[in-house]
Design a binder for this molecule. Structure first.
Ligand code: GUN
Length: 302
């Protein structure tokens, strides 16, 4: 008699909080070692223009994480009316400040300021967000570069869980410059060796394409878009989406959902990231790792 096949797949919920905590501890240990050796702690500066609530929360989380990693952290809070010229002058000053290893300008910016101009004014050697075209271009060419937080966080999760990528078909849904396009590029590179398909709003037969993925990355920003019929049994599903939906079941009056219909998709997967608690907690860690690399001049040796 042959082996009895069961239809059950063993599913692992990827715990972004646990991975983030492990990597944060690793960073903190390395910083403590640097400081013991007489070097100064890495210093991250965040520029926050205006009073956008979500941006204030993000920057608050970044400050807290800097503290936990042993970094020095400075937040430059500028009024909503700050002119583009004034902001560019702050950037010039931070570019030249030898006590600053990396800095970010929290987005979105007020409408009278060009985000692209601002991003391009940052010295690529201090661009720990990885948004400068020099870093984007170097990353695309497989050269050392600061990689932006979400794609880098996804790679860290795949690495931490030892998920096999070589030769596997990775389908990315969403072609944004900050997630879909870079993660598709990185996973196609040597070392990751995926066969990558990048899908978007004009992709034909998206359901069939998605269902052919060994690794499915949903980064299109549409709540619960990916349904069970779009997922191959045993696939790895990475959910980048985060949307607030109204809910009468929570005290806050809303609940967070991803781009994946989690309850119906999860039972089919080998691995899946939940929302919240999957990719989200990893992004700040990637920023911390980039700041440590900046302080050590790892990407751009002196
Ligand atoms: N706004 C939302 N996410 C980010 C980020 O990763 N970096 C910056 N600078 N602004 C953001």
């Amino acid at each position: 008699m042959g082996k009895i096949e069961t239809k059950k797949t063993i599913m692992t919920i990827i715990d972004g909080k646990e991975v983030a905590a492990a990597l944060r501890k690793q960073i903190a240990d390395e910083v403590a070692e640097m400081v013991r050796a007489g070097k100064r702690a890495p210093h991250l500066v965040a520029i926050l223009v205006g009073t956008d609530g979500a941006s204030q929360t993000y920057v608050g989380h970044k400050e807290k994480c800097c503290g936990e990693c042993g970094f020095r952290s400075t937040v430059l809070r500028l009024p909503e009316e700050t002119s583009e010229e004034e902001l560019l002058a702050h950037i010039d000053r931070l570019n030249a400040d030898e006590e600053v290893d990396g800095f970010i300008v929290q987005l979105p910016l007020p409408r009278h300021i060009s985000e692209q101009k601002v991003i391009e004014a940052i010295d690529p050697r201090k661009d720990v967000d990885g948004f400068h075209p020099i870093n984007v271009g170097r990353m695309n060419s497989g050269l050392p570069a600061f990689v932006s937080a979400t794609p880098d966080g996804i790679l860290s999760l795949l690495r931490y869980y030892g998920i096999e990528t070589a030769g596997r078909h990775c389908v990315v849904i969403g072609r944004s410059n900050i997630v879909g396009r870079p993660v598709a590029n990185l996973l196609s590179q040597k070392g990751w060796d995926c066969t990558v398909t990048l899908c978007h709003s004009r992709t034909r037969d998206l359901k069939q394409v998605a269902a052919s993925a060994d690794i499915l990355i949903a980064a299109l920003g549409k709540a619960e878009f990916v349904t069970a019929d779009m997922v191959k049994p045993g696939a790895v599903v990475i959910d980048v989406g985060i949307t607030r939906l109204p809910s009468d079941k929570t005290k806050s009056g809303w609940r967070l959902v991803g781009d994946v219909k989690y309850d119906e998709v999860a039972p089919k997967c080998s691995f899946i990231t939940p929302v919240p608690g999957g990719v989200g907690p990893m992004t700040i860690i990637s920023l911390m790792q980039n700041t440590l690399k900046a302080a050590r001049h790892e990407i751009y040796p002196r």
